[in-house]
Design a protein around this ligand. Structure first.
Ligand code: NCD
Length: 306
């Protein structure tokens, strides 16, 4: 059974195919509107979500399928102490594919071991978020026309930001990639990502605290929210939450074809005055999330049927 727990489980060729399918869906939606007729997606969300859960659900409906699920742990048997493995085994009796978000790193992986249907990791703690990464890759491809030869700045909470970890994992397999890591000292990229991914793949990177100094080199600026729910104490969060606030003034030295991305939700880190800048593509990114999830659901269901 093929699952998607970590973005590295997909080869670069498979990612290219998913992007091509998503682009075809965008061009020819009617061709796909019956592809999942009679199939059910289960969204098991043990943590809050707007975009990820609803884009999975919209994706399944646009493929002609149906959706069941829950959107908080409290309304599931997890509140009674049921294990993730038992929940997954149970849902395998009702649905054809699972999208699971969980606050504990590795929970979707544990679910996949017990499940007889494909499990998609929709975010596990501060670890990984492979479908946001597919969304980001489709966005970069549609905005820039290619995934190679890019200087990408990641700014904000690089320690707990699972979207950052997954996207760095994905980008490190393309050629001509340079990474600029912009964060406060306390929220630096974990050393396991630096060593096991960037250094292993020979990706040049620099670490800085200065967003404005880094700006002129960037092709992509990937802003992130400080992940309040992963902090051990509120004081640290309050001290760090406004470390970076992107506003039009800070973009003065940016490239004219820079693209500003953000997985959302935004709190304070991008001023709303930036939204009307044509280089801001975070709301286009949201829409791409639905199309790439349609492509992924199709792929995993096709493979499960083999
Ligand atoms: C991200 C997440 O859940 O990790 N959001 C998302 O899925 N689009 C980013 C975040 O919560 O900051």
């Amino acid at each position: 059974m093929r699952h998607l727990i970590d973005i590295r489980e997909l080869s670069v060729e498979e990612i290219d195919e998913l992007i091509a399918t998503a682009c075809d869906i965008i061009e020819n939606p009617a061709r796909y509107s019956e592809k999942c007729r009679g199939k059910k997606l289960a969204t098991l969300f043990f943590e809050p979500s707007t975009r990820t859960r609803l884009s999975f659900e919209a994706a399944m409906y646009e493929l002609g399928g149906n959706v069941i699920g829950f959107s908080e742990a409290q309304s599931s048997s997890a509140a009674k102490g049921e294990s993730v493995a038992d929940t997954a085994r149970t849902i395998s009796c009702y649905a054809d594919i699972i999208a699971m978000r969980h606050p504990k790193e590795g929970a979707p992986y544990v679910a996949s071991l017990a499940s007889s249907i494909p499990v998609i990791n929709a975010g596990d703690g501060g670890h990984n978020h492979p479908t946001q990464t597919l969304t980001d890759l489709l966005t970069i491809y549609r905005e820039k026309g290619h995934l190679n030869d890019l200087t990408i700045g990641f700014c904000g909470d690089l320690k707990f930001g699972r979207t950052v970890h997954s996207l760095i994992n994905a980008m490190s397999r393309y050629s001509g990639i340079k990474i600029v890591l912009i964060s406060p000292e306390e929220l630096k990229l974990p050393s396991y990502v630096k060593k096991d991914v960037l250094e292993k793949c020979g990706i040049p990177y620099v670490q800085t605290t200065d967003l404005e100094a880094a700006m002129p080199d960037l092709d992509i600026l990937y802003m992130t929210r400080v992940q309040r729910e992963r902090f051990f104490n509120e004081e640290d969060y309050l001290r760090l939450k406004d470390s970076y606030i992107l506003d039009p003034k800070k973009l003065t030295n940016a490239k004219p074809d820079l693209r500003i991305m953000h997985p959302l939700p935004r709190v304070n880190e991008i001023s709303t005055a930036v939204d009307s800048d044509p280089r801001a593509c975070y709301f286009r990114q949201v829409l791409n999330g639905k199309y790439i999830r349609m492509a992924l659901i199709l792929k995993l269901l096709e493979e499960a049927a083999k």
